[in-house]
Design a protein around this ligand. Structure first.
Ligand SMILES: [Cu+2]
Length: 478
């Protein structure tokens, strides 16, 4: 079984990309006022969303939270309690996952592992304390290959006690959509051909729903950019022409501020990055924001400078680190070591895997909607990858033995990358990490939180196709 590699791929050396450039002329304003409030009620229902094509705007039928894609911005202060009354007005079950946050297990939303899905017409209250500041997001965790791609996601910001000093706080939500010529979402969800390859990749890449987003800047301002990749499967490698941003947080976790230099900023599905950017361009100037994706090179938007200079004199100052979130100390010397080999997909070596407790060949797996496996098991969720003692350090040695990149996400606990392709590294705390084909990555975390926590590929079609397991941490789950 061989399929041509339709998508270019992220390699260990960087991004290899196609040559087609997306050119667009008109634009939608991309800046979004970040109101410091959070609605108490979240309703999942069919809706419509305007998508900007550069020279046109078309309405797409979506599924969304409270009628917009992304759903309402949920914004809190660290230490606040999240309380959301969720209602399901879809005609299929669903659940809400709080990506990157650390709720008690019963609030994690990973249906059906941590809760029964909320049935059509049903409701559920999600409530937990927000212990970590940073940029997070929430999304469906049930049939996500269908529900998330239709728009069931939103951004969640937890403000630091001592916020960064900036002139603007700008949210940039990256997505890609599969749209037809009328601007409707292609309803062909669940295509096994896509599942076996890179997932459902779009033909319309957007920042804040626009294929040519205009991010308004004033010369002399210092801004915080919060980027989130909410796409099902797409990887974005971004180039900010004329600007050198400083990375201050990854997946919500503060890092020692470091300049992006001349590198591309890579965001895999589910990942977030917070940047500080000094608006050093001239009044009236524009500067493209280019994305190299798995399929394309596109101009996603522009920094557009107003005619007047301004700002409060922060430009050029050292970027100070954000207040750290409390993180445990890793006991690497005594860590529990676990292996996780990712297998399957098109052009892979896998010839069969266990499903529902018995060995199946590829044809039988595919007829059951599975094409990927972890350690030879295609998505069975009745046995954990490991049972961990509460408080022990675990290291998962992940091998990507497939022809595709993947974005591994752990629920409930953040991890540090401690090795990549044989080299010891001192990675940032993250909740999602990207592995290129053949990559070997070791992640370490402390099993702090009791309960069953999913570990899966965040390319949702890969997860649904078998790339999922969970870790069970002993103790009384909240
Ligand atoms: Cu994957």
């Amino acid at each position: 079984m061989t399929f041509p590699l339709r998508a270019a791929t992220v390699t260990r050396r960087g991004v290899i990309f196609g040559a087609a450039a997306g050119l667009a002329s008109l634009s939608m304003a991309a800046n979004r006022t970040l109101a410091a409030s959070a609605p108490r009620r979240l309703i999942a229902a069919p809706g419509r969303q305007a998508l900007g094509y550069g020279n046109a705007t078309r309405l797409a039928d979506t599924w969304s939270y409270n009628g917009t894609v992304p759903g309402p911005l949920l914004r809190y202060r660290v230490g606040d309690r999240l309380e959301v009354d969720f209602q399901n007005r879809l005609d299929e079950p669903t659940a809400v996952h709080w990506h990157g946050l650390r709720p008690p297990n019963a609030m994690d939303g990973a249906a059906p592992l941590t809760q029964a899905p909320v049935e059509p017409g049903g409701s559920m209250t999600y409530a937990f304390d927000l212990t970590d500041a940073g940029t997070y997001w929430y999304h469906t965790h049930f049939r996500g290959w269908n529900q998330q791609d239709r728009g069931l996601y939103g951004i969640l910001i937890v403000d630091e006690r001592k916020p960064l000093q900036v002139d603007q706080d700008i949210l940039l939500v990256l997505d890609d959509w599969v749209v037809d010529k009328n601007g409707q979402l292609d309803p062909a969800f669940g295509q096994m051909h896509e599942w076996a390859h890179a997932g459902r990749l779009g033909n319309l890449a957007t920042i804040n729903n626009s294929a040519d987003a205009a991010v308004q800047l004033t010369a002399g301002e210092r801004v915080r950019l919060r980027l989130a990749n909410v796409a099902n499967a797409q990887i974005f490698a971004l180039l900010f022409s004329g600007h050198i941003p400083v990375i201050v947080a990854e997946d919500g976790n503060p890092v020692e501020p470091r300049s992006l230099g001349d590198k591309l900023l890579v965001l895999g599905p589910g990942q977030r990055v917070d940047l500080v950017l000094d608006a050093t361009g001239a009044p009236g100037s524009t500067h493209p924001i280019t994305a190299y994706t798995l399929t394309d090179e596109v101009r996603l938007g522009r920094f557009v400078y107003g005619a007047e200079a301004g700002g409060s004199g922060l430009v050029g100052n050292d970027v100070k680190p954000l207040d750290g979130n409390a993180r445990p100390i890793l006991d690497l010397a005594n860590a529990r070591r676990l292996d996780l080999t990712m297998e399957g997909g098109a052009m892979g070596r896998m010839r069969g895997a266990m499903m529902s407790g018995r060995m199946m060949g590829m044809r039988e797996l595919v007829s059951n909607g599975r094409i990927w496996a972890f350690n030879g098991i295609a998505g069975d969720m009745d046995t954990p990858l490991a049972v961990l003692k509460r408080g022990e350090t675990a290291i998962v040695d992940i091998v990507n033995d497939t022809a595709f990149p993947h974005a591994m996400h752990l629920h409930g606990m953040h991890f540090r990358e401690i090795a990549r392709n044989g080299e010891a590294i001192d990675g940032s705390w993250r909740d999602t990490t990207v592995l290129a084909s053949d990559d070997r990555v070791s992640i370490a975390f402390v099993a702090e939180a009791p309960g069953k926590w999913m570990l899966h590929c965040h390319m949702i079609e890969h997860q649904a196709g078998g790339m999922m397991t969970f870790l069970e941490v002993e103790g009384e789950a909240g």
